[in-house]
Design a protein around this ligand. Structure first.
Ligand SMILES: Cc1cc2nc3c(=O)[nH]c(=O)nc-3n(C[C@H](O)[C@H](O)[C@H](O)COP(=O)(O)OP(=O)(O)OC[C@H]3O[C@@H](n4cnc5c(N)ncnc54)[C@H](O)[C@@H]3O)c2cc1C
Length: 379
């Protein structure tokens, strides 16, 4: 009976937290090893589309998520001046779309897992496969043995390295900034995620719970480009000064210390990502650009499916084969779609930007149905 066996999870981000919860709920004894000394998430928001709130519902966490998050009704794309291009109503699903602070989502998942199921301050270094067991070695000298191991250790996964799934990460020539503020701009439509598309740049914002506004910006940039000497806030104020008024308003209202910056990477989808009784999950398995807002949503789906496969199949090697078989096609489509959406944002020339905007208006119905089918998926 696999439930008596030990399942090691490396990494306690949203994917690792969801996996330990999913396994714990169906009677397993998983243990997460996380490198940081404190469980935490970055100060930013996240959109949980219906495919992800379906997982929260399965975890009996939907009501709690609604209590701390904010219900989103529309996803609206605009030109940089605020002319509407596409407006997708996301209120028609049987499940809500929730915009939530990442730390609150993380807390929500951890809150339902006993303390003994996680070990903090342990950095995974190497794997050893010994007959039906797997041993994880940590930089502290700790060695733990388990019956199966799941690498949920993010974009630069050491577990992935140990499995020798060598497809390299690709820098996609975009850098993002994320900010949080209590300021609600005058042009905000309640319930909306509003995005603005310009030449080689984009900006979006949404309300989270407790009246906070979360905004994100992206622009083409070389890899590891440092902040401008004037500072990242001033740089953004200049970059977006002549955009729709809510955009510069939000930047000005945000403390510089509350603006995060991140380079964007993905990895062309490749198999396998499992070997014997070891598998990967979330960004470790299928990192994607955030253009479709699906990285954490698919990590939640992964957690639910890997737990289901381990429940149905007593042999972890076979369970992980079944899990990968189910997850690879789904995540491949989203990684590729996210990259295509990123390419649309790369256009710089004013003519190309106008053409893209006209194209988006004409393709309204197709864009809407493509989003809806992505969100209609139920793991
Ligand atoms: C700008 C931006 C906006 C985004 N917006 C959205 C959105 O709106 N909706 C959405 O669904 N997704 C969004 N995403 C994607 C989402 O953030 C990620 O896909 C998601 O957080 C991945 O979770 P994860 O648990 O797989 O990895 P991570 O969150 O990276 O967690 C990995 C964990 O593993 C730990 N770890 C790493 N190495 C080791 C080691 N060697 N030993 C032990 N522990 C280790 C880390 O400390 C970390 O806690 C966005 C991403 C970006 C960059």
């Amino acid at each position: 009976m696999l439930k008596n066996k030990k399942i090691i999870i490396i990494g306690g981000g949203i994917g690792g937290a969801a996996t330990v919860l999913a396994l714990h709920r169906i009677g397993f004894e998983p243990v997460v090893y996380e490198q940081t000394k404190q469980l935490r998430e970055v100060g930013a928001g996240i959109a949980l589309w219906a495919n992800a709130t379906h997982i929260l519902k399965n975890f009996n966490l939907l009501e709690e998520a609604l209590g701390v998050g904010y219900v989103t009704t529309n996803y609206q794309f605009n030109s940089q001046n605020g002319n509407e291009l596409v407006n997708i109503s996301v209120a028609s699903f049987e499940l809500p779309v929730i915009a939530i602070h990442r730390a609150e989502l993380h807390q929500l998942l951890w809150h339902h897992v006993p303390n003994e199921n996680f070990v903090l301050g342990q950095t995974f270094e190497e794997l050893e496969i010994a007959e039906n067991k797997v041993r994880a070695h940590f930089s502290s000298g700790l060695i733990v043995e388990g019956d199966a191991l799941i690498g949920a250790d993010g974009l630069r996964s050491r577990v992935r390295d140990a499995l020798k799934c060598d497809q390299p990460l690709m820098y996609r020539k975009f850098k993002t900034w994320r900010g949080l503020t209590d300021y609600v701009p005058r042009g905000y439509h309640p319930g909306y995620i509003q995005e603005f598309l310009g030449g080689g740049k984009g900006f979006g914002f949404m309300m989270l719970g407790k009246g906070r506004m979360y905004w994100y910006a992206a622009a083409t940039a070389t890899e590891a480009q440092p902040d401008a000497p004037i500072g990242r806030k001033k740089q953004l104020e200049i970059m977006f000064q002549d955009w729709f008024a809510s955009v510069p308003e939000l930047i000005t209202a945000t403390d510089e210390a509350d603006i995060l910056t991140t380079d964007l990477y993905d990895r062309p989808p490749t198999q396998p990502w499992s070997k014997l009784n070891i598998t990967l999950l979330g960004d470790a398995a299928h990192p994607m650009l955030p253009t479709m807002g699906q990285g954490a949503c698919t990590a939640l789906e992964d957690a639910f499916v890997v737990a289901k496969c381990l429940q149905q199949q007593a042999n972890p090697t076979l369970a992980f084969q079944q899990y990968e078989l189910e997850r690879f096609p789904r995540t491949k489509v989203i990684v590729e779609q996210s990259l295509r959406a990123g390419k649309m944002g790369e256009l710089h020339h004013p003519f190309a930007v106008t053409l893209r905007n006209v194209f988006m208006k004409l393709m309204k119905a197709t864009i809407t149905s493509s989003f809806k089918s992505l969100h209609a998926y139920r793991a």
